[in-house]
Design a binder for this molecule. Structure first.
Ligand SMILES: [Zn+2]
Length: 331
């Protein structure tokens, strides 16, 4: 259970990892896209985790149908809108939704800048209807290589007024951060804030690199930080945040025993760590489930849960003034 006196915040939530199963099914029918099953129930295991997967890449494959059915920019607007609606229905007060324009665009060769515009439009429509506050984070999908990330970055930067930060996601093991230093320099120079998926499939060196060379002030997952006390000390000193995602870490095989998730050690070390969903529709969870896990399985105390929620406000890519109004929201 979360502390109801504080806002519910999801800082690590993939918009393109949260496409409703029903929407995937309906868009496939509308767009005449052949699916591997003729029955909706049989199709669900293709897009949802039914058991934990062997590794990160097997997990990521489950996201693919969600974007394969997007054959027009109107479809992209729809998933943007539905993501705001889902966040609202999950009682989330503020979310930073991240998306990879290249990943969304690639199957049907949609114009990549058009995809960014369509997401912004969908979010706007959602925010006009629901009170949930949203900011957007653009993702470079490292799995598709350096050149495609350059194209992706340019599309994101063309709309930087509507995008708060840049992230690096995908196959961390085979596409290490040093391939993307120039991309992140360009983004920092353009005024974007930086968060990077690191220490999930690779070790602490990947987190060091994200902080020192890519300019990350937040780390997605950062599970491997627990192996390096010097790194945790450095992160504490420089207030580098960790975006933890419990169920995701279990389903990707990153963490074998969830009751011993390193979030406990991060809290004991005083690190800025918060609780997030990652890919709710694929994982079949919502943020409240993660708080329940933290309470019931990890046995975090009420004080620690409250700390996680305070950290989320602190770690958010918001101005001091916006953070203050979030603090006041539930009081
Ligand atoms: Zn993620």
């Amino acid at each position: 259970m979360h502390n109801k006196q504080l806002p519910l915040i999801d800082l690590h939530r993939h918009l393109d990892g949260n496409i409703r199963p029903k929407t995937v099914w309906q868009l496939a029918k509308k767009n005449n896209i052949e699916l591997p099953e003729t029955n909706y129930e049989d199709f669900l295991p293709h897009i949802k985790i039914t058991n934990n997967e062997a590794d990160l890449l097997a997990f990521l494959k489950k996201l693919d149908w969600g974007v394969k059915v997007l054959s027009s920019l109107d479809d992209v607007v729809r998933i943007g809108f539905e993501n705001v609606e889902d966040a609202y229905l999950a009682n989330i007060d503020y979310a930073e939704l991240r998306f990879s324009p290249f990943y969304i665009a690639m199957t049907h060769q949609l114009p990549i800048e058009g995809v960014v515009e369509a997401i912004i439009e969908g979010i706007k429509q959602g925010c006009d209807k629901y009170p949930t506050k949203i900011n957007l984070i653009g993702i470079l999908s490292r799995t598709f290589g350096v050149e495609n990330c350059e194209t992706e970055l340019n599309a994101i930067l063309a709309h930087k007024d509507n995008i708060t930060a840049l992230d690096l996601a995908g196959d961390e093991y085979n596409f290490p951060g040093d391939l993307f230093e120039r991309h992140f320099k360009k983004a920092s120079d353009a005024g974007l804030q930086i968060t990077v998926h690191a220490g999930e499939a690779a070790g602490p060196e990947s987190v060091w690199h994200a902080i020192e060379k890519l300019g990350a002030t937040r780390i997605g997952h950062g599970v491997a930080c627990v192996k390096d006390q010097k790194l945790m000390d450095y992160m504490l000193k420089h207030q580098i945040g960790i975006e933890s995602c419990l169920t995701s870490n279990y389903q990707t095989g990153t963490i074998k025993d969830l009751s011993n998730h390193p979030i406990k050690t991060f809290l004991e070390n005083g690190l800025n760590v918060c609780l997030n969903t990652d890919d709710p529709a694929v994982e079949n969870i919502e943020l409240k489930d993660e708080f329940n896990l933290a309470t019931n399985l990890l046995k975090l105390s009420e004080k620690q849960i409250t700390q996680l929620q305070h950290n989320a406000i602190e770690m958010s890519f918001l101005s001091d003034k916006e953070k203050e109004s979030l603090r006041q929201l539930k009081i």
